[in-house]
Write a protein that binds this ligand. Sequence first.
Ligand SMILES: Cc1cc2nc3c(=O)[nH]c(=O)nc-3n(C[C@H](O)[C@H](O)[C@H](O)COP(=O)(O)OP(=O)(O)OC[C@H]3O[C@@H](n4cnc5c(N)ncnc54)[C@H](O)[C@@H]3O)c2cc1C
Length: 390
Amino acid sequence: MGSEPRVVIVGGGIGGLFAANALLHHGIRATLFEQAPELGEVGAGVFLTPNGVRHLNRVGLGPAIEQAGARIGAGSQYHRQDGTFVAPILTTDSHGWNAVYGMHRADLVTMLAERLPADAVHTGHRCTGIEQDERCAQVRFANGVTVEADAVVAADGIHSVLQSHVVEPSPPVYSGSVAYRGLVAHERVPSWPTGSSLLWMGEDKHFLVYPVRHGALVNYVGFVPTDEQMKESWSAPGDPAVLAAAFAGWDPRVESLLAQVDQTFRWGLYDREPLPTWTRGRLTLLGDAAHPMLPHLGQGANQSIEDGMALAAVLDRADRSRAGQALLSYERVRRERTSTVQRGARANGRRYDSSYDDLAVRDAEIAASVKFRSWIYDHDTLVEAEAAAR
Ligand SMILES: Cc1cc2nc3c(=O)[nH]c(=O)nc-3n(C[C@H](O)[C@H](O)[C@H](O)COP(=O)(O)OP(=O)(O)OC[C@H]3O[C@@H](n4cnc5c(N)ncnc54)[C@H](O)[C@@H]3O)c2cc1C
C-alpha cells in the first residue's frame, strides 16, 4: 500500500478540474466524479486574472491560454452609463504582468480536462453522500457506486450536496439581480476593441464586455434587477428584446452591441455568507461549494484555481495518515482570503449598480479600488500553502 493519499474530487467544473490538474502537477493522481453525462460548459466567458493565471501556467497551460484566450490590456475602462470615463480597469499585477485573459468557458474546461488521464474522470456519477472514520472515507453515488478515499474534495458548486456533511448549510443569498450573458461574433461588431474590457455603471444595472477567443467573440454580461427569484441556472433562456430595453438610452456603444444579440441566457446571482469552517475529517470544500461569490470582481473561477493549487501543495507533503491535517492546513490558507473576496464582490456590486447618493464618491471608490485589485492579483497562494505545509 503506497503512502500517497487517495484523493477523490466530486464535481467537474473549473474548480474540480483545476484541482485535479494541480494535484497531478504535484504527483498526486486524484479521481474526479461529475454528475453530468459529460464535462461541458455554457457559451459564455470567464475572466482570468494574474492570481489565477500564475497557477494555470504552473500546470503547463500558459501556451494554451495564450492561444485560446484574449489578452485584455490597455484601453480597459469603467464608464458611467452615458459613456463618461470614470477610471481605467486594472489589467496587470503590481509588477506590470499583464496576465488578464477573457476565455470561453468551454475552452477552459476542455483544456483542463484534456490534461487528465482518461481513467481519472468519471462522468455520470451523482454524489449522494459520504461516511468516514479514522481509516478512510466512503463516497456514495446515485448509481450505486461507492469509492474509498483518504481525502475528499467537494467541488460540487453552490448547491453542494457535500457541504451539509461539513457545516450547517446557510441558504444561498439572492442578490436581487440577474445576469444576461452571451457572445456576439466580432465580425458583427467590427469596431469593438479585441484587447480591452469595458464596463458601464447605471442605476441598479451595469453592463460588462470583454473579448474571448483572441477577440473573435465578444462576451457581454448585462446585470439587471428583478423581483423574480430564479434558481441559479446556467441556461435559462432570456429575451434579447427585454435585455436591449433594459439598457435603452445608455452609451450608443452598448446599444449597438445589444442590437446584434440574437440569443441570450439569464443567470440568477447568488452568493452565501462566508462559512465558519470548510473541513470535517477527510472532507473539505473547494470553489463555489466553499465560497460562492457574486461575479463583480471576476474572482469565482480565479479563487477556485487558487484553492486547487493550495490544496495540492499541502497534500503533497502529507501521507495517507495525515490527509485530514493537510485539509485543515488548506482551509487555514484559503478561508480568510476568500471570505474577504466574497465581501469585496458584494461591495463592488453596490458600486457598479450606483447605489450611492453622490456618484462622485462612487467614482472615487472605483478609482481607488485598484489597491484591492492589486491585493487580489499579486497573491501567490502556493507560497503560503508551502509554508503552511512545512
Ligand atoms: C453563468 C456563470 C458565469 C460565471 N462567470 C464568471 C466569470 O466571468 N469569472 C469568474 O471568476 N467566475 C465566474 N463564475 C463563477 C465561476 O464560474 C465559478 O465560481 C467557478 O467556475 C468555480 O466553480 P466550481 O467548479 O466550484 O463550481 P461549478 O462550476 O458550479 O461546478 C460544479 C460541478 O459539480 C457538479 N456537481 C454538482 N453536484 C454534484 C454531485 N452531487 N455529484 C457530482 N457532481 C456534482 C456540477 O455538475 C458541476 O459540473 C460564473 C458562474 C456562472 C454560473
